[in-house]
Design a protein around this ligand. Structure first.
Ligand code: URA
Ligand code: SF4
Length: 258
């Protein structure tokens, strides 16, 4: 019988890998020790900021620290802290279940997101929704989706480090309010800003990182997967790892002992 999940997997082009991964699905997940980097003394007090986040962003961390969801959203709507505000139609705060166990973090809004005010609603978003469905998840149900920057970089370019740093206090507070069990960094911009590393996705995926006490996995960005079909197999492995890790986290298992 063809199940809805089979259909989704077929659409994703994942069927052959699913069958292959069925063989390897049940050995313990190869979780290596936490590899996150602790901030060095003197670093700004943010897990999501780079070296540029000094004064202005530092002050905003103080201002956002006590905000609730609605206050934070209003602050993002009104924000002009970096140059990206000038060409946005609207800022894109984030979407989903404010009590979610899952937090997915992308790069920044594209054209459709800028128009609709919601993350991942374009082509990459449709793939993301299918990726979520393939492991039994749905946007808005136990899942929250946010981006490193809340305003669209012109031409969909990668956000500059200074822009990411200015925006970091908002993501920081979203993480603080949500307190997710698991963070999934989608692509290099999210991974490099969250983990403060220049390492490739290939070298970061497949192990659990420590985002100041919250487990974090890295996988490919859906927009990248749309262009690089052969890496969908690896994304599928990452999703399975995330699903299994979440099961362990919900069961209260110590993931570092796996
Ligand atoms: N790509 C992202 O990183 N985020 C979005 O919201 C849309 C596309
Ligand atoms: Fe403010 Fe972030 Fe938008 Fe820049 S990208 S204007 S820091 S909300």
């Amino acid at each position: 019988m063809t199940t809805r999940r089979d259909l989704i997997l077929r659409e994703l082009g994942l069927v052959q890998w699913r069958l292959r991964s069925a063989v390897a699905a049940h050995p313990p997940i190869p979780l290596s020790p936490v590899s996150g980097q602790a901030p060095a003394a003197g670093d700004p007090p943010s897990a999501v900021s780079g070296p540029e986040s000094v004064t202005a962003a530092g002050e905003r961390i103080g201002a956002t620290a006590a905000m609730d969801w609605r206050q934070l959203e209003a602050a993002v709507q009104a924000c002009t802290a970096c140059a990206l505000h000038a060409r946005r139609r609207q800022s894109v705060f984030g979407v989903g279940d404010e009590q979610a166990d899952w937090l997915l973090i992308g790069e920044g809004p594209g054209a459709e997101e800028d128009e609709r005010g919601e993350p991942f609603v374009g082509q990459a978003g449709r793939l993301l929704d299918n990726m979520l469905a393939s492991i039994g998840l749905r946007r808005g149900q136990d899942v929250y989706i946010a981006n490193v920057v809340k305003c669209r970089p012109p031409g969909n370019r990668v956000p500059e480090p200074g822009e990411a740093a200015q925006c970091a206090p908002y993501l920081e507070r979203q993480i603080g309010l949500l307190r997710p069990r698991l963070v999934v960094a989608l692509g290099r911009t999210a991974a490099s800003n969250l983990l403060r590393t220049d390492a490739s996705i290939a070298s970061l995926r497949g192990r659990v990182h420590d985002l100041r006490g919250t487990p974090l996995l890295v996988t490919y960005h859906p927009a990248y997967l749309l262009r690089n079909l052969s890496d969908k197999a690896k994304a599928w492995e990452d999703l399975c790892m995330a699903r299994d890790l979440m099961a362990k986290l919900k069961a209260g298992q110590d993931i570092l002992d796996c």
